[in-house]
Design a binder for this molecule. Structure first.
Ligand SMILES: [Fe+2]
Length: 283
């Protein structure tokens, strides 16, 4: 499996603070069946003002440490790029890295506030020949019935959607789990990634979520989420090189099937309810 979103480089953001923790995370990833991780520290102006050059240098050092410690994990550079009006120009001039030097990049929407010009900024990126891989829509506070169609529209326009592996398993609370199941049930997930930050609570693991995705979508599509589409990105292949998620291959707009989704997701129409106390939130 390939993990496209992992805060694995030490002491760059709110990921591992030490090399020891970063190496522990790498060992966890390997034990879970991950062969390649894209190291994606936050780029967040004012808080984590990293550049492609800084991340590339950190990656080189970390790769040497992996080899020195005989940890068989391939690593590439990327970044978890917070959505700002400047991010497209920074991608275009190379200040911000894409995923493994491809045309795909991780795009992190704000967690707590509805972003202005969200779909317009997605369109701007697509027109510049970049493909946004929108991170963890299921965990956004502002995701609701009003805003869910935005992500369908973004995907129909050509963006890819990345759901957090742990969210599908309930590790980020009920809100994130229910919405991740909705994205799965409607066939709108392109990629599952760990978004791991540490070797304890937010670990770099994909296998359990892949098994859950196989229950919801079948084994072949589950494999596409953690192997085929991530591999296509690493190989710098176009989106058409891999089958689209099932919700994007239907000729009609995605609709909730009468009775079908209710049968799959019996909790769906219940009131949203509170988020689990202590559930992970940002970043
Ligand atoms: Fe992240």
């Amino acid at each position: 499996m390939i993990d496209l979103h992992c805060h694995l480089l030490p002491a760059l953001d709110d990921g591992p603070a030490t090399l020891e923790d970063a190496l522990a995370m790498a060992r966890i990833a390997v034990a879970d069946g991950i062969t390649h991780s894209v190291c994606t520290p936050h780029i967040y102006p004012g808080l984590y003002p990293h550049t492609a050059a800084v991340i590339a240098a950190a990656l080189t050092g970390f790769r040497q440490e992996l080899q020195a410690h005989d940890i068989p994990l391939a690593v590439s550079a990327g970044a978890d790029i917070y959505l700002t009006p400047e991010c497209l120009s920074a991608l275009s001039d190379g200040r911000y890295p894409t995923l493994a030097a491809s045309r795909y990049f991780l795009l992190e929407p704000p967690h707590h506030a509805v972003p202005a010009r969200f779909l317009a900024q997605i369109q701007d990126a697509l027109q510049a020949d970049f493909i946004p891989l929108i991170t963890h829509p299921e965990r956004l506070d502002w995701l609701d019935e009003t805003h869910y169609p935005w992500f369908l529209q973004a995907a129909q326009a050509g963006a890819w959607l990345q759901v957090t592996a742990g969210a599908l398993l309930g590790g980020f609370g009920r809100h994130a789990q229910r919405w991740s199941e909705r994205f799965a049930a409607e066939g709108l997930i392109h990629v599952l990634a760990s978004d791991a930050h540490d070797p304890h609570r937010r670990r770099p693991e994909l296998s359990a979520a892949r098994a859950r995705a196989a229950q919801l979508l079948g084994a072949d599509e589950a494999t596409r989420l953690v192997v085929d589409r991530p591999a296509a990105i690493l190989a710098q292949r176009p989106p058409q090189a891999v089958p689209a998620p099932p919700g994007l291959t239907r000729s009609l707009p995605v609709r909730r099937p009468p009775g079908g989704l209710r049968r799959w997701l019996p909790r769906w129409d219940r009131p949203r309810g509170g988020r689990r106390a202590g559930a992970a939130d940002d970043a």
